[in-house]
Design a protein around this ligand. Sequence first.
Ligand code: ADP
Ligand code: MG
Length: 356
Amino acid sequence: MSYVEVENITKRFDDVVAVDDVSFTADKGEFVSLLGPSGCGKTTTLRMIAGLEMPSEGTIRIDGEDVTDRPAYEREIGMVFQHYALFPHKTVGENIGFPLKMRGVPEAERRERVADVLERVRLPDVADRSPEDLSGGQQQRVALARALVFEPDVLLMDEPLSALDRVLREQMRVEVERIQREFGITTIYVTHDQAEAFAMSDRVAVLDDGHLSQQGRPLDIYENPDSEFVANFIGQSSQLSGQVSSGDGAPVLATDSGMTFELPQSTASTPGDRLSVFLRAEKLNVSRTPTDAVNEFPAEITTTNYLGEKTQFFCRLDDGTEVIVAKHGFTDVENFEPGDVVYVSVPPENLVVARD
Ligand code: ADP
Ligand code: MG
């Protein structure tokens, strides 16, 4: 039994189905992200777990107890939002102490617990300040402290870092994860940012237009996406679809555009199946001369993008497919330029395969 169990929940707003038969779990102390594009139902799912929205169908259990019909104030859940939702006219200490006040905790104890939680989010000495005097990152720590101070069963966060600029956002990822581990609190984190979800989470649940596509460890989702949607949404790749035929040993995919790929040995398929292969940018090789590798294709470079930590080469294969090859630590030895003819190859085991 998992600590949080979301079972077949659906939410309809009139004729909009915002969440459609979604199930996933979070174990005690686990960090689970809900990842998906804007409008796919992440916030609605989180609000149902919080009790701010009632599911049209389905069940939510926390620690084995059915909480589906319980109002928000009867669930012990801490929440952090994108816009910190701090009271501007209360001090930081009053903001953080508010959930304790609501629970009837006496003032002296409140003050002690606020000081303690501020220490743990590494923001001591600000209890008497106004939230408006703090930076965005500091305000988000205050919001986190307020969500944690009453020792809730579950912490829910809805895109909490998306208002911060990139460098601070990356620092706060590490910080939020550290705080979550230290408190050992079961966390469900909503984001549309794959890197954020991957960096922080034990497991990720990918949502697509109200449906749950896949839940798994970041590595499993990246290497073995179980649908076309997940393969396209995660990572940078080009998709080629076609039909499986039998090769000598390894299965082969004949693409609709007329190319032939040797598939990984492990591909579960029979001749005639329709599959897609995804060419991940960092799993491709590019060379000036043919290397006799399996799955090697002549291509023309159309664009090069030097991005610092990596360089991208946009290449057009003979069938017209655009693929992107990404190389790290590129030192312009090869000096590829638009118009150059090159050879792009992908070892079969580097292909990501998903059903159409
Ligand atoms: P996300 O957080 O992934 O961007 P939301 O859960 O906010 O997605 O929204 C999912 C879908 O439900 C969207 O189509 C949105 O317009 C719709 N929706 C959300 N809340 C309401 C509401 N209160 N009334 C009507 N439609 C809503
Ligand atoms: Mg949202």
